[in-house]
Design a protein. Structure first.
Length: 158
């Protein structure tokens, strides 16, 4: 793991979700006219302390050399981390927004699926840090990402 896992504020690692996550809700959110649908991203699994999803390695995600574009990797990582972060807070009271994302590209992917797994490193009352590991079909690490989210109160439009 890139960052030292801390004791997560106010919860055990086995219970990071504010309420029981609904994978159908997440899948529906990805069906609108948005980058997630255009790139073919899918949420595939929600575990006790992780959210997993996939992105195809195809013409939608390739750069000119026929491998997945680094920016597409970042879209997958930020999507998984942001959705996961949103599931750890009371969404009636708080929202999460990406503040910083970094990606270390380790090996290229030219076919199959890129599978990402987002796990928390730190869940605080004002910020969250997520590690997102992207792997190829063989389970080899292809990209390691860090996402920092701001946790802010929901503002009512007046």
């Amino acid at each position: 793991m890139l960052y030292r896992r801390e004791v997560l504020a106010g919860c055990s690692v086995e219970n990071i979700w504010h309420s029981k996550p609904d994978i159908a809700y997440l899948k529906e959110a990805m069906q609108g006219d948005n980058i997630m649908r255009h790139l073919g991203l899918k949420i595939t699994e929600i575990g006790e302390d992780y959210l997993r999803g996939t992105m195809p390695a195809d013409y939608r995600t390739f750069q000119v050399y026929g491998v997945v574009h680094g920016g597409a990797n970042v879209v997958l990582a930020e999507t998984l981390g942001s959705f996961a972060g949103g599931l750890t807070v009371d969404r009636d009271r708080f929202q999460v927004f990406g503040q910083e994302v970094s990606a270390t590209h380790i090996r290229s992917v030219s076919s199959g699926l890129v599978t990402g797994t987002a796990r928390p490193v730190h869940l605080g009352s004002r910020s969250q840090v997520w590690e997102i590991r992207l792997e190829n079909d063989e389970g080899k690490l292809t990209c390691l990402c860090k996402l920092i989210l701001a946790v802010v109160p929901v503002r009512v439009n007046r």
